[in-house]
Design a protein around this ligand. Sequence first.
Ligand code: BG6
Length: 479
Amino acid sequence: MSFTADRLLLFGATGDLSRRMLLPSLCALDADGLVDPKLQILGTARSDLDDAGFRNMARDALEHYLPENRKGGIATFLNRLHYQPLDATTLEGFDALAAKLGTPERGLAIFLSTAPSLFGPTIEGLRHGGLTGNNVRIGLEKPLGTDLDSSCRINDAVASAFPEKRIFRIDHYLGKETVQNLLALRFANMLFEPIWNAAYIDHVQITVAETVGLESRIDFYDGAGALRDMVQNHMLQLLALVAMEPPVNYDPTAVRDEKVKVLRALRAVTAGETVTGQYRAGAVDGGVVPGYDEELGHDSDTETFVAIKAHIDNWRWAGVPFYLRTGKRLPERTTEILIQFRCIPHSIFDRASARLKPNRLLIGIQPEENITLSMMTKLPGLDRDGIALREVPLDIAMPDAFTGVHRRIAYERLMLDLIEGDQTLFVRRDEVEAQWQWIDAIRAGWDKEGLKPKAYSAGTWGPSAAIALTERDGRSWHE
Ligand code: BG6
């Protein structure tokens, strides 16, 4: 099992993800000497290209997507690239693919970044081409299905050729530096873990806000919506990392065992605990933008915003709501987690100006990477009428704390982990299934109630009902 692959086979090699993320990440790793000198990368897709044509495409993508100071390694990296056209829906091309790939010295890593409908036929083809042996591992890009059933079908198809320990399901949020920092914050400090529970925490908020709209993904997005596109995967992974029990060590099994327990403890949500929205025309980043239906070209009931009040039914989190919200065309791009602590049990300060605010821990994931703990402190002065207090932040701005340290994008880490075989940051089958189970129940509730998304203007924080979701509990979203 523990081999560093010397061949990488990329399905969907001419696609958007490959051009924007995979090739630039691999090139950056190569430029830093982190890729095995022997690694050869074979791209495949339907496009009728040869090696030279693929290298030209890759060069254009790298010139476009790599930052200026990372372009030095392009020419050397291109030498690693090869290409074999393939129609993955038929078995015929897989022999030629295997022949072009040659025999790896140590092992092969495969990455599928294709439509999920191609996963089944591709696995068949790989088996046919003799590309599923013990020295082969496979990475899968989302979406892995649209509900529990379809996800099980995909997982069954992959499992028919690869054991779970050789399957690497991507959730790119797990590759983000600040997401892993959550584990460091929780489990490398004495300060938080003793109070990380219902006795001290009032509620948790997780926000993933985007300013972009449909982009160029009309077909995919309209069939998915915010719940399946963002909550089922990224937001539930964030929730699991915030809520899980301490794993015994930082090992793929230990970490994923704890995450899945949280996912299984999620209580079924009632329709009144969710709000869905769809953006109308408005203004984002100072520009006027059209509504979702206009971008789409027809009417649709797909939600571009969702807010949920979730509960984790276990000892640690009894009675602590987790408010989740995500949406497109919101006022700013921000991903953050807010841990709202409870009030102190008794105040010794009785002046009006000494009104206490409960502590908050704000974990900024992107674009700002910082951790802020808001604390009550004394306002300087003689206090002849009694002590005055004010809330001040105790701040860690990650870029300042680590100046000069190069911060890697998620796919750099994840591609390297795939090549080297570390599963810690990949999602296990039981996690995916627990995630879908919870999401499917929410969708079934919406269908039963005939719930339609409420309109919100682009550039606002979603429909007003989302604000009511927290306000009726006497709480407010952090903005
Ligand atoms: C993807 C979703 O998984 O994540 C997109 O399909 C979304 O709709 C993207 O825009 C957000 O990723 P990031 O890293 O930009 O927050």
